[in-house]
Design a protein around this ligand. Sequence first.
Ligand code: 5AD
Length: 357
Amino acid sequence: MNNRELIEKLNKEHHLEREEWVQLFATFTEEDRKMAAEIAREIAVRNFGKDIYFRGIVEFTNICKNDCKYCGIRKSNVNVARYRLNLEQIMACCAAGYENGFRTFVLQGGEDAWFTDERMCEIIAKIKESYPDCAVTLSLGERSRESYAKMFEAGADRYLLRHETADEAHYEYLHPSAMKLSNRMQCLKALKEIGYQTGCGLMVGSPGQSPETLAKDMLFIEEFQPQMIGMGPFLPHKDTPFRDEAKGSVKLTLFLLALCRIMLPFVLLPSTTALGTADNDGRKQGVLHGCNVIMPNLSPEDVRKNYMLYDNKAGTNLTAKEGIQIVREEMEEIGYHVVVGRGDFRKGKNNNENSNS
Ligand code: 5AD
């Protein structure tokens, strides 16, 4: 089959074979990308209208016990001023967010043992008590099943944990030897079983990535059936072992986003900050390739410069209000609009039907 036919097949069957994915990633043209974008956009509009959900990210700690080779807040980067927000500061971020229409708060942080289950549960419960109409999303990396369960009990609704790559050798290339793909996969499985709306995902163009590893990613995503997928281009950070690596391709990122939308018509798919950093029009382009979520930053302005996962991160100098205002304008420019609301995952009954029927 040619690439066109493969994209049509994906749209009908929501599945491709490994070799078919490899072919697509190895040989796709601009025309293929545009075709996928059109189908993906049509699916997104059918399922979500021109509504864009927005989530506010609170980067509440940049302390991390891990040493991932791509990440600017890895443990061995001594050039980062480390910080933790206290409960009061976190609540102030949520208050500013709520006022500006945010109804999902994403607590994102490094793997920081100071935030025990007890402390996390206190924060989660406090947010849910103050804002019962809001969803809480966690993005805190790998923890035990019991920990995930306790935080779910405390009221957390969703969890983002990118798998980063579904290829074992590639995973080991990106991470220190203490980290294992099998553990990451177990965490993801536990999160879903516990009842979280769960997100996996990856960086596009990370060092060592290939059409073959991407094929494994797509097969994993199909099997896992996540409610969310986080996907942006890899961007080098100057204080990491990958400082001299090339940045991920924006075109490939957009192609992958469109393919994810076609494969999982109802998935919550953010147009990421990394995409907006790699290209001025990145976030708009993401939406035009089937994304339906945008995640502006709610962190206090004085700590943002210390939460640089990669160089030149977009939005680092904006307040909550400015951040959402820019998103609003960007979306209006392409005929979409941000809506106030939790924007939960919902699976429509036509999830596996031919989109053309
Ligand atoms: N470039 C792009 N994305 C990155 N992440 C971490 N470091 C980088 C980087 N240098 C992504 C990872 C992680 C998420 C929080 O941010 O995929 O899961």
